[in-house]
Design a protein around this ligand. Structure first.
Ligand SMILES: [Zn+2]
Length: 105
């Protein structure tokens, strides 16, 4: 059984994730690496070549682990403290954690 993934980005663009995988687990690991590498990709859909769609791998919020509307953004904490700086770390955050981090600053 071959497993493949298709990615979709925040603009609705999509394509095939490189590689074929022996198991859904291997494909999930590859999808998480793919999400980490390409910040605009919001989701990778994993399918069995014969069995069809299995699971969507989404970006997780690095604070709460939630997956709703998670976006990659410059760290809201340092951005609030140093708005002029351009070298903020990028973070994957859901809207409520992004707001909380901004308000902590
Ligand atoms: Zn969160």
């Amino acid at each position: 059984m071959r497993v493949t993934g298709r990615w979709i980005d925040s603009m609705g663009k999509n394509g095939r994730m490189p590689g074929k995988f022996g198991t859904v687990y291997d494909a999930e690991i590859a999808a998480k690496e793919f999400l980490a590498k390409y910040p605009t990709v919001v989701r990778v859909s994993i399918s069995h070549e014969t069995g069809g769609h299995v699971i969507d791998v989404k970006r997780s919020c690095q604070v709460c682990g939630g997956q709703n509307d998670v976006q990659v953004m410059p760290d809201p904490f340092t951005e609030a403290q140093e708005p002029e700086a351009t070298d903020h770390d990028s973070m994957s955050l859901c809207p409520s954690c992004a707001t909380a981090r901004f308000e902590e600053s």
